[in-house]
Design a protein around this ligand. Structure first.
Ligand code: ADP
Length: 218
């Protein structure tokens, strides 16, 4: 059975989620308090409804409990976002993802039991900061406060060396989990694999160790 999603709040973030899910052929119900926004999504989503999600009877009337996953993408109105999440929890929605505006908002959402809390602006800001700080870092994914996966372009310094000769794991405590070379991707490379300048190394480890590796070897 296809999963059914509901997206509440059709701003840039909610709208983008709604479009992406619909393009993937998912069943999506789109909801916003503003009629024009809802009209914009009427031909994109499976259903589009005008409604205020802070009104429990509205959520009940659209059978919100029957959706597998509800995304609360209400922007600046933190109060409405919290109240909506609370009602969704009380109504027994199985999986709730909420966009948080700031750390206080996140704390409250955690307390009331949101299953997933996302900070799109903060996270994208961090990713972009990492990629502009260094010409060699292409992308960055935060795993925890102290660990990341980073895509780094191999420098001249690494060219022609094998993983074993560089002894990266022992020297830096990080792991190269894959290389990208043009269109090819080498997953779990052998210790004897030779690195070429321009290879994209996908590195996992503690931020401090990745940083040390980048500064000394890249
Ligand atoms: P973004 O930063 O993602 O663009 P916005 O603040 O522009 O966020 O969008 C949030 C959307 O959520 C708006 O379209 C707004 O009308 C909608 N919204 C706000 N409160 C409610 C609510 N109580 N019920 C439904 N939709 C709401």
């Amino acid at each position: 059975m296809k999963k059914e999603f509901a997206v509440i709040g059709l701003g840039r973030f909610g709208g983008s989620i709604c479009r992406a899910l619909s393009e993937e052929g998912m069943e999506v119900m789109a909801m916003d308090v503003i009629e024009e926004k809802v009209n914009e999504f009427s031909s994109i989503a499976s259903h589009a409804v005008v409604g205020d999600s802070t009104d429990e009877s509205v959520l009940k009337s659209i059978g919100i409990r029957n959706f597998d996953h509800v995304i609360v993408a209400i922007g600046d109105n933190i109060q409405a976002s919290i109240l909506t999440t609370l009602i969704l929890k009380e109504l027994g929605v199985k999986h709730i993802t909420v966009k948080a505006q700031n750390d206080y908002h996140e704390k409250v959402l955690n307390k009331i039991g949101a299953d997933q809390i996302v900070h799109p602006e903060r996270d994208m800001g961090k990713r972009i900061a990492h990629s502009i700080m260094s010409n060699n870092v292409l992308d960055y994914l935060e795993l925890s406060d102290e660990h990341s996966i980073v895509e780094i372009v191999a420098s001249q310094r690494l060219d022609g060396h094998t993983l074993i000769s560089l002894d990266i794991r022992a020297k830096f405590g990080i792991n190269i989990v894959a290389f990208k070379r043009g269109k090819d991707i080498i997953v779990s490379p052998q210790a004897t694999e030779v690195i070429r300048k321009g290879d994209i190394l996908i590195v996992i480890g503690a931020d401090v160790d990745i940083d040390r590796f980048e500064k000394t070897m890249i």
